[in-house]
Every structure is written in C-alpha cells, then in structure tokens.
Design a protein around this ligand. Sequence first.
Ligand code: PMP
Length: 282
Amino acid sequence: TYVIVNGEFIHRSEAKVDIEDRGYQFGDGVYEVIRVYNGKMFTGTEHLERLIDSGKKIGMEIPYTVLELTKQLKHLIDKNGLNLGTLYLQVTRGIAPRNHAFPSRDVLPTFVAYSKEVERPVGNMKSGVKTILNEDIRWLLCDIKSLNLLGNLMAKQKAVEAGCFEAIQHRDGVVTEGSLSNISIIKNGKVITHPADNLILNGITRQKVLEICRQNGIPFSETQFTLGDLKDADEVFLSGTTVEVTPIVEIEGEKVGDGNAGPITKNLQELFIKEIEKECGA
Ligand code: PMP
C-alpha cells in the first residue's frame, strides 16, 4: 500500500521517521481521521479545515490548502483501492535539533497520511456500549486536535481494563467528552451536549448530528450538563468519526434507561446514515 510523506506517494515500507521529528519527540503536531465510505471521503472538507485550524492554534502553518490536501487524499484512496475505511493524517512541526522552543520558520512541517480498511461499527451501534466515568485531567486546550493524547489514552485504557468501550470524562462535575468521542444526553426529547469551547474537541460528527437535529426539528441545546443530569438522562450516546452515533447503555455498571438503545438515538443513527448516503452514495 501507498502512503503520503510530504506530498510524495511512497510504499508503506519506505516511509521513515526521523528521531528528531518534533511529532515523535514532543507530540508537537496535529492530526485528523477521516472516514471513507464507498471510496469517498465523508465530511472531508470539514476535517481538513479543522486540521488547518488546529495548526494555526499551535502557531504552525500547514503548507497545503484544503483543495491541495483533498486532491492528494483522493489520489491515495484511488491508489490503495480503498472502499470502506479511514484516512489518518498528521502534520508535525518538522525535524530540528531537540529544543522546546519552536524551530525557525524555514523548517518545514512533516506531513504524513495513510489509509486503512475499517468496517462500520455496526455491532456497537446496535447493542450500545458500556462506559466508566473518569475525571478529566487534560489540559485546557482540548479544542485543538493535538498529537498529545496521553490524557485520552489513559482514560481509554482505564475503560478497557474495566471491560468498557469508553470513558465519560468530567471536570468539576460537568461532563465534557469521551476519550475519542463526544458525549450527548437526551432528556424529555431534547439532545444536550457540551458547548464547543476549549474543554472539548468540536467533533465533526457532533456538528453533523446537531445539523441533523436542526433540519429534522429535533430539539437540542449546546449547554453544560452535570453528572447528575447524566444519571437522570433518558438516553446517552457518543459520536465520532470511527464510532458514528453509538448508544451508551451502561455507565459504571448502571443501566441507562432500560439498558437498550433509545428511540431518539436510533432515529439519529438512521438520519446520520442518510447523510453518509447523500455525500458518498450507497
Ligand atoms: N473528542 C475527542 C477527544 C476525539 O478524539 C474525537 C475523535 N477525533 C472526537 C471527540 C470526535 O470528533 P470527530 O467527530 O471529529 O471524529
């Protein structure tokens, strides 16, 4: 299979990482994961705009436009014959002698992208997933899709060790997001999710779900909700590029509702699939 390194298409086995690449040493960079359905990117533009935006937020200019990146990624999909899967892209602040301070502007960022075949998460989407609660100990710039994922990794690992899929993170009693997904609750027919501020990643899937709510007259609100609200919720679901819309049926061993995927979550799943079909074809 082919991968992209700084705009060049090379074989996976020929791609190398320099030991002084700042992504490798410091996690000094940003990334994206884009879903491919039917050989086409889903919400590709939104992801690429966020990549460039994340770069800006860490003072790094990504040396490609959305259009140029789109072209490269389409070419990668074609070259690898990818039908159903994901694209992983990352941009680091480049290769320079190790120093906390940023290197000079003439050090070019390192851009890497590769593709992977991945099935849709149909099992979890149908039966729902179990979760734990975990204190959100991450930094205060969670809106940046940074390579620094240790806080998220430790949260996910804790969930896995508890036999769960995801960790629902909370800060000062307020639910923020998962380790790799956004969290929403449904109470009395209304979808509630944390506002898109510095405490969460403004998920592209989250935005798509809210757009679906808007277009279909499903009430929603971007407001903070507490652990108490979470416990009282009728339905809870997570959203993300790889998980799509997945019901949460258990939190810390306690059932959400009757322990099955709820009707509004199921409706959102169906409407989400329609969006995929609209953009990527059947
Ligand atoms: N929050 C975090 C911490 C994530 O890692 C992800 C997955 N990228 C999301 C939310 C969901 O974002 P998206 O819908 O853009 O995949």
